[in-house]
Design a protein around this ligand. Structure first.
Ligand SMILES: C[S@@+](CC[C@H](N)C(=O)[O-])C[C@H]1O[C@@H](n2cnc3c(N)ncnc32)[C@H](O)[C@@H]1O
Length: 388
């Protein structure tokens, strides 16, 4: 089937993804043959990109809206709080990813006929079905940590006629029984690329995974090629994304109150020349913040909403109780409060100055090298790298 044979919203979506270059021409037949709808539950929570909110949609109550979202370029939450609630909870823990992200990562994966692929994070099963349609169902294995999600994905894949092997387990361990793989693709965000994936990918094979630091929820897609001796994998990032994190690699943050006293007692106070725009430019995805996260280790930050012309940005150390706050104000110098042994704002400022000095590199100029001993990030080439 081709795009021209599709009608209505699916044809519109296909043309959008093609124009954005997320959908590469080799994936068009699978896009056309494997719609997202058969993998979605009756009640789901699409993220409305225009409104910036998550809405609940019930297929039985409003089938038109349900189908419109199924065929839209929007991420759709399908589970909250690890399944401890049936309704909308606090943390989204499983989803059908945004189609532009799904096809962008499949494009980066660069599969060829005959390849064997391991997917981490089965979720709805849609991505596994796309891979199975392209490569054959026996060439794809997918791992899902949540037993209920795994069961549902198995049922959907079976009903669609692409019964991929779905393993219930921790994807960080890979699936040694099916190794070696030509490709590994993760659809959950990582802070550390597991050594098992390196061992289970053949030399010259490719690992595609959303990766980031504990500095923020923001990730970038790492495209790593395994070296000929199999001892390392390295490559550039291809662009920013946001994913729900691998369960064992979620950021453990103890909350604001564990760090900051009521009246900010004991904090050093000074002003900074840095303007809000220098730190937060780029909106949802800021290359400056990604770069700072690479340089300032074990730090979590939160950008608070602007109120009466003032916006606080908080930084919390994950290795001790150091914290800092910079209060940006329209038309005035920003105030800084900083406490604890680390001097977090000073570290952030150094990292920002370094990023500016390097010509404000975007995500694609950064890269990652992974070995069994650890991982290093780098700018442009692996030559000068630093541990992350
Ligand atoms: C964004 S969803 C995956 C989307 C999916 N590929 C699809 O096509 O619908 C992320 C999934 O990763 C799963 N996950 C989280 N931690 C995991 C782990 N350690 N091992 C395997 N799966 C994990 C979550 O339960 C969730 O279902």
């Amino acid at each position: 089937m081709t795009l021209t044979e599709l009608e209505g919203e699916r044809s519109t979506l296909g043309r959008l993804l093609l124009s954005r270059k997320d959908l590469s021409s080799d994936w068009v037949p699978s896009f056309a043959a494997v719609p997202r709808a058969p993998f979605l539950p009756d009640v789901m929570w699409p993220y409305d990109m225009d409104a910036g909110t998550t809405v609940a949609v019930d297929r039985h109550e409003d089938p038109d809206t349900w189908h419109r979202y199924a065929n839209a370029n929007a991420p759709i939450v399908t589970q909250w709080d690890d399944g401890t609630t049936d309704g909308q909870g606090t943390v989204s823990t499983s989803s059908a990813s945004m189609p532009s992200v799904v096809f962008g990562m499949l494009r980066d994966l660069d599969v060829q006929a005959g390849h064997r692929v391991l997917e981490i994070g089965t979720g709805t099963g849609w991505n596994a079905a796309l891979l199975a349609h392209r490569l054959g169902k026996s060439r794809v294995v997918s791992i899902e940590v949540d037993p209920q999600v795994a069961d549902q994905a198995r049922a959907s894949l079976e009903a669609f006629g692409l019964p991929v092997r779905v393993v219930t387990g921790d994807g960080a361990l890979g699936y040694a029984k099916g190794a070696p793989y030509d490709r590994i693709i993760a659809t959950a965000g990582l802070r550390q690329i597991p050594a098992a994936w390196l061992e289970q990918t053949r030399p010259g094979g490719v690992i595609v995974a959303p990766w980031g630091t504990h500095f923020s929820h923001q990730d970038a897609v790492a495209r790593l090629v395994v070296s000929e001796d199999g001892a390392s994998a390295a490559g550039h990032f291809t662009g920013p994304v946001q994913f729900m994190k691998l369960r064992s690699q979620r950021t453990a943050f103890d909350g604001h109150a564990a760090y900051v006293p009521e009246r900010l007692e004991g904090a050093e106070r000074f002003t900074t020349h840095v303007q809000e725009d220098a730190l937060l430019r780029g909106g949802r995805f800021s290359a400056a913040l990604f770069a700072i996260g690479l340089r300032v280790r074990d730090c979590w930050h939160q950008v608070a909403p602007k109120q009466d012309g003032a916006r606080p940005v908080w930084f919390y150390s994950l290795s001790d109780r150091s914290w800092a706050c910079v209060m940006f104000r329209d038309g005035a110098k920003a105030d800084v409060w900083q406490a604890g042994p680390r001097g977090l704002w000073t570290d952030v400022l150094d990292a920002l100055a370094w990023w500016e000095f390097e010509g404000e590199p975007g995500y694609e100029r950064f890269g990652l090298t992974v070995t069994a001993k650890g991982q290093h990030a780098w700018l442009d080439r692996p030559r000068s790298s630093w541990p992350v």
